[in-house]
Design a protein around this ligand. Structure first.
Ligand code: UD1
Ligand code: CA
Length: 443
């Protein structure tokens, strides 16, 4: 058995073309940084691998899980970047896998294929792909189907530039091979950089073999610009939509539903058009998310209905068969089984008990300008429309709050509370006013 792989993620690039204050690899795709995606893929492919991260001098805050960071002071090329992690390379007993932090869509199976390739003879395995437009990429040069060298665009002949089999940048080294090759790489090329890719020709000159593992171009899309960030996002979304449907969710209009990296949908979940899942959402079997809803940090239980036009914010826990209707916002609140909040309400820092009915326009006044307070609504309670529940306040089980109430004191179990002034009525007064002003009925 081979020792487990050591992984190195290169991320020292400045990402100037992003025109951003944020380091490039921290830009998010589906709510997770590109680096987070790469780290998650590594974890899925080779759990627990010793991992190193090569960052630039002004990127101190950039980390990836448990990865050890190495700072590359001068950006002298990809081989130079890898060598910054020398202590990690020296300690490695198994294969070494090199990835880029700005290539977030690679699949775990692909990494496993690369690693397994270098346990079967070749000193190096390179992840290659057929590029629709190979311009700018290093080309994979082969003789009799065997990889002999990687030629960077700038150093390539016209004939070599016609090759569409390209280097993704991801490569694996067989155990014990990396340092011996990397230390011999020189910078006598068009860019004056130490090219990691030169390791291939050096290995072949040593009489070793180098393998090509191919993958689809969609997996190795590198992000250098905001437009490419959007392309990567689109590719991620396409995959997430397919996966959700394969797992048994119905997406009525898949192209209009947006997922986060961690969205979980159960079976027979129905998602109507134009729904956004921000991070931290779980939707259990048989729930329906109706059109134009936005969910974040929320748990929706079986058989519940959310929306249309609902907003679930972090800490929303929607119980079984609950109905959350249009223009309802729920934040840090538990809505227990079978309760209904159907129209135009804000429920924050609250519990709504089983089977309770929260009428249209109800607001939990949870914030007094200084701190947040809790509203507790008992099981089977009825909150009349357009009520303001001024927290902290407790509505007992089975209690009834009259419409338009401002509730500032607790309401006991089964009590009726009406928190508004008495209605004033003056017979004929409307007609008198109208006549005095010379107006017609109804304005
Ligand atoms: C590199 C490959 C090329 C491949 C392409 C795929 C080399 C010499 N060329 O070219 O064959 O087709 O990627 O996208 O490897 N980095 C550092 N420190 C450095 C230089 C780079 O950390 O000194 C990191 C960058 O942050 C980036 C990655 O390495 O994540 C690739 O660097 P980049 O300069 O973009 O390489 P390319 O010229 O695109
Ligand atoms: Ca690049």
């Amino acid at each position: 058995m081979t020792a487990s792989p050591t992984v190195l993620i290169l991320a020292a690039g400045e990402g100037t073309r992003m025109k951003s204050r944020l380091p490039k690899v921290l830009h998010p795709i589906a709510g997770l940084s590109m680096l987070g995606h790469v780290a998650a893929t590594v974890e899925a492919a080779v759990a627990g691998a010793a991992t190193g991260l090569v960052i630039g001098p002004h990127m101190e805050g950039v980390t990836a899980g448990a990865a050890r960071s190495f700072v590359q002071k001068d950006r002298l090329g990809t081989a130079h970047a890898v060598l910054q992690a020398r202590p990690l390379l020296e300690a490695a007993e198994g294969p070494i896998l090199v990835l880029y932090g700005d290539t977030p869509l690679i699949r775990p199976e692909t990494l496993r294929r690369l690693v397994s390739a270098v346990t079967q003879g070749p000193a190096i395995a390179v992840l290659g792909f057929r590029a629709a437009d190979p311009t700018g990429y290093g080309r994979l040069l082969t003789r009799d189907g065997q990889l002999t060298a990687i030629r960077e665009e700038r150093d390539a002949t016209d004939e070599e530039r016609r090759i569409d089999l390209c280097n993704s940048g991801v490569m694996a080294f067989a155990p014990g091979k990396a340092l011996g090759l990397l230390d011999r790489i020189r910078n006598d090329n068009a860019k004056g950089e130490f090219y990691l890719t030169d390791a291939v020709a050096l290995a072949v000159a040593d009489g070793e073999s180098a393998a090509i593992i191919e993958c689809g171009e969609d997996e190795v899309l590198g992000v250098n610009t905001r437009a490419q960030l959007a392309e990567a996002e689109a590719e991620f979304q396409a995959r997430a939509r397919r996966a959700a449907m394969e797992e048994g969710a119905t997406l009525v209009a898949p192209d209009t539903v947006f997922f986060s990296h961690d969205t979980k949908l159960g079976r027979d979940v129905v998602v109507e058009p134009n729904v956004v899942f921000a991070p931290g959402v779980v939707v259990e079997d048989g729930a329906t998310i109706r059109a134009f809803s936005h969910l974040e940090g929320a748990h929706v239980s079986s058989g519940a209905t959310v929306g249309p036009y609902a907003r679930l914010r972090p800490g929303a826990r929607i119980g079984e068969s609950v109905h959350i209707g249009n223009f309802v916002e729920i934040k840090a609140a538990t809505i227990e089984r079978g309760a209904k909040v159907n129209h135009l309400s804000y429920v924050g820092d609250a519990r709504v008990g089983e089977g309770a009915n929260v009428g249209a326009g109800t607001i939990t006044c949870n914030y007094d300008g200084f701190s947040k307070h809790v509203t507790d609504i008992g099981a089977g309670a009825f909150i009349g429309s357009n009520s303001a529940l001024v927290a902290p306040v407790k509505i007992g089980d089975g209690a009834y709050v009259g419409s338009g109430s401002v509730i500032t004191e607790d309401v006991a179990t089964d009590a009726l509370a009406i928190g508004r002034g008495r209605q004033v009525a003056k017979a004929g007064r409307a007609r008198e006013l109208r006549e005095a002003l010379g107006k017609k009925k109804g304005g």
